[in-house]
Design a protein around this ligand. Structure first.
Ligand code: FPP
Length: 250
């Protein structure tokens, strides 16, 4: 048995050799569920279901590769404008995730957080989200931020309102202060943003936080974005040279 485990570990290391640098915080725009379904002549709902299924292996793989924070774009403030039946299907999936799947997440040491506006989410779902966040708050293996009813501009607007309400003086407003007032307050900014399905857009996702993030775009549809694909993204990141506006030192 032990030999088997070692053999498995060794083949893992051959397959996914340790990288020189691993991003601490990764954001993912999980795009392409609809096109994946279409390519298989399935309804869009089947694409979302497969997308949700895929999340499980990406969570596990993220832990394996040493990622500490994963922020996923699950539902934007604009996604309410999709056909009613599709929105309903997506809500059922989230309901399942924040409900029954929660035990699994909890057992695996995942700390669930919600980023986005609570207002606009059905009260029953709000309760589920609060409970999931509360129950997993001490878990340390991976922080999973679920961007749900999320919009980056709305996040900044909320922050500015709260800053004004708190009576902060103009000269006290700094980059750091604004960061603290965002939904992600207290967490480091994302190092890497991955977008699947080949679109070169940020779509209102973490627009403040990703000012210095590296971007990685792959044509792979989200339901097909597996552990190998994640490794490829991390490898590309590890080969990048982040300069934060500075020049290289020789
Ligand atoms: C984009 O694909 C995907 C979404 C709008 C929803 C993302 C949701 C999931 C992956 C479901 C599971 C998530 C959780 C947290 C349970 P698209 O419909 O825009 O695809 P298309 O651009 O090909 O039409």
């Amino acid at each position: 048995m032990a030999g088997n485990i070692e053999a498995a570990k060794k083949s893992d290391i051959d397959k996914w050799p340790p990288l020189e640098k691993t991003p601490y915080h990764v954001g993912i725009i999980m795009d392409g569920n609809g096109r994946w379904a279409k390519s298989k002549r399935l309804p869009r709902a089947a694409g979302h279901k497969q997308g949700a299924e895929n999340l499980r292996q990406i969570l596990e793989s993220s832990v394996d590769f040493g990622i500490k924070i994963l922020t996923i774009y699950a539902f934007s403030t604009e996604n309410w404008n999709r056909p009613k039946a599709e929105v309903r299907g997506l809500m059922n999936l989230f309901d399942y995730y924040f409900g029954r799947e929660l035990n699994e997440l909890h057992k695996n040491g995942v700390q669930l957080r919600h980023i986005g506006q609570m207002a606009g989410i059905k009260p029953g779902m709000q309760d589920k989200i609060r409970r999931a966040v509360e129950e997993t708050r001490n878990n340390q293996r991976l922080i999973l931020n679920v961007a749900f009813n999320y919009g980056g501009r709305a996040e900044i607007v909320n922050a500015v309102r709260a800053i004004i309400k708190d009576g902060v003086l103009p000269e006290q407003v700094t980059d750091d202060l604004i960061s603290q007032y965002l939904y992600t307050g207290g967490l480091p900014d994302p190092d890497l943003i991955i977008r699947t399905s080949g679109e070169f857009r940020i779509s209102n996702f973490l627009i403040w936080q990703s000012a210095y993030a590296e971007y990685y775009i792959t044509p792979t549809y989200w339901p097909n974005f597996n552990k190998d694909a994640l490794y490829k993204a991390l490898k590309a990141y590890s080969e990048r040279n982040r300069r934060y506006g500075r020049v290289d030192q020789d």
